[in-house]
Ligand binder design. Structure first.
Ligand code: NDP
Length: 478
């Protein structure tokens, strides 16, 4: 009997995806560079379903039905290229290599093009949901050729998370690197989502005087509002945790230096290339950098830099807590709006024809940013409806109109008390930047023309103009 799919790379992610496939009734061929991992998986979970044990790449390839499907779950980067190089000589036309790791999308574009020349499909798949998701149903974002999805899609949809309405959180995203790109932006949004939660936590603590234990209740309540999401849910869990060694809230004994593995940085780098203003994601990445890379500087700054804050009492009323909730919701909306705009811009750039409603639908379950909000985002983009900006969708425009006074109050409060709220405040600046009838970019253009003769446009006529700044200051049509 041949296997429907092979998995090579059986660390946590590969092993759990293999088990998930087997539990869904597919025969799975197992392979790992060092055979110990293969045997450990078989020993512990061999009864999850039908597995075929293989030791070499040749055995792996021989154990598969055609066209072959091989899921590569090795360490991202050079190991993926190494595995591809070993596989390619053993494969036939129309076979499919699937990269389910966190590969950088330009690598995926490069690999897809190289394998397409050999008529082998290369499918970069974004997989979100961590270890637990891989086993019980992740959100899956496959790129690659549309043809490869005909053969691969049913299998992936089978093991994916299912939204409340039963639809699989897996759909073809677009050609070559589209799947990995969308997964990358998902991670960028995840950074912003976590940062706004962090900002709310700090304000509830330092302004509203809520200790972590009390805040756990606040977040649990918020999870029953339109903020309902996995991240809000687990925030309540983390804040509730008491450290066994000291009896303090665990959050107070955790070092305040946030780690990152790079997908947020990739998102911002790609956004800069596209000219896409994902300020909420960028601020979130930089907030982590300030916390960790700049830790020593912060320790010194605490001793030397003035505070200049408004001293005032705690604002212990329910109204302020609600203000913070509203500010959190608005800032989160901006982060999603910016992420979706970035996807739309990239879609044009790479000819991906990304379907934003489908993408929002895939994030409804299985992944870290799963949230009730995605249902509304999906509706806003439904059937190709394309609000120029997500914030224009009536459902969001109206909520923001109602919540704006709270959002502004919270940013003022944070600023006056010297509490950094980079995403709350930059999201508000982005929002105001969108709606202002005139931006100070006019002055920027004047300055650029002054020092570099870069020219400017006029509001009353077409063309490019230059003022003879060092001459008689007359204007010429350039
Ligand atoms: P690791 O990233 O730790 O990679 C370990 C695996 O890669 C082992 O099977 C190892 O084999 C294999 N490997 C490393 N180098 C080579 C090589 N040169 N040739 C062949 N095999 C090699 O595994 P994870 O399971 O943590 O992650 C797999 C992928 O999934 C990564 O891209 C990771 O970023 C991504 N990931 C995604 C998550 C998500 O939520 N979507 C969460 C975690 C990871 P050996 O046993 O022989 O050393």
């Amino acid at each position: 009997k041949k296997a429907q799919i092979g998995v090579t790379g059986l660390a946590v992610m590969g092993a759990n995806l293999a088990r998930n496939l087997a539990r869904h009734g597919h025969t799975v061929a197992l392979h790992n560079r060092s055979v110990e991992k293969t045997d450990a998986l078989l020993a512990e979970h061999g009864d999850d379903g039908e597995f075929i044990r293989t030791e070499t790449m040749q055995e792996l390839v021989d154990s598969l039905e055609k066209p072959r499907r091989i899921l590569v779950m090795v360490k991202a980067g050079a190991p993926v290229d190494a595995v591809i190089d070993q596989l390619v000589p053993l494969l036939d036309e129309d076979d499919i290599i699937i990269d389910g790791g966190n590969s950088h999308y330009p690598d995926t574009i490069r690999r897809e093009a190289a394998l397409a020349e050999k008529n082998i499909h290369f499918v970069g798949v974004g997989v979100s949901g961590g270890e637990e998701g891989a086993l019980n149903g992740p959100s899956i974002m496959p790129g690659g050729s549309a043809k490869s999805y005909e053969s691969l899609g049913p299998l992936l949809e089978d093991i994916s998370a299912k939204a409340d309405d039963g639809t699989p959180c897996c759909a073809w995203i677009g050609t070559d690197g589209a799947g990995h790109f969308v997964k990358m932006v998902h991670n960028g949004i995840e950074y912003a989502d976590m940062q706004v939660i962090g900002e709310a936590y700090e304000l509830l603590r330092d302004v509203a005087g809520q200790e972590p234990g009390d805040q756990a209740n606040t977040f649990a309540e918020w999870n029953r509002t339109e903020l309902s999401s996995y991240l809000i849910e687990i925030t309540a869990e983390v804040l509730k945790q008491v450290d066994a060694r000291t009896g303090k809230p665990l959050v107070d004994v955790i070092v305040d230096a946030a780690g990152m593995k790079g997908t947020g940085t990739w998102t911002v780098m790609a956004a800069l290339d596209l000219g896409s203003p994902v300020t909420a994601i960028a601020e979130s990445v930089f907030a982590r950098a300030l916390s960790s890379t700049e830790r020593e500087t912060r320790l010194e700054a605490q001793k030397t830099l003035a505070a200049g804050v408004r001293e005032s009492d705690t604002v212990g009323d329910a109204a302020f807590v609600e203000d913070v909730r509203r500010a959190l919701y608005c800032s989160k909306l901006v982060a999603y709006a910016q992420g979706m705009e970035m996807l739309a811009t990239a879609s044009g750039e790479h000819n991906w024809d990304l379907k934003l409603d489908t993408i929002a639908s895939l994030w409804r379950a299985g992944c870290i940013i799963r949230a009730e909000l995605l249902q509304d985002i999906m509706a806003a983009y439904k059937d190709g409806a394309e609000p120029r900006n997500l914030l224009f969708a009536p459902v969001f425009r109206d909520v923001i109109e109602e919540y704006l006074p709270s959002w502004r109050r919270v940013v003022v409060e944070a600023t006056e008390r010297g509490i950094p709220a980079p995403v709350f405040s930059s999201s508000l600046a982005y929002y105001d930047g969108l709606r202002r009838p005139r931006l100070n970019a006019a002055l920027t253009q004047g300055l650029r023309d002054y020092f570099g003769a870069h020219t400017y446009g006029r509001i009353d006529t077409d063309g490019a103009f230059h003022t003879l700044w060092s001459g008689d200051r007359s204007e010429i049509d350039s």
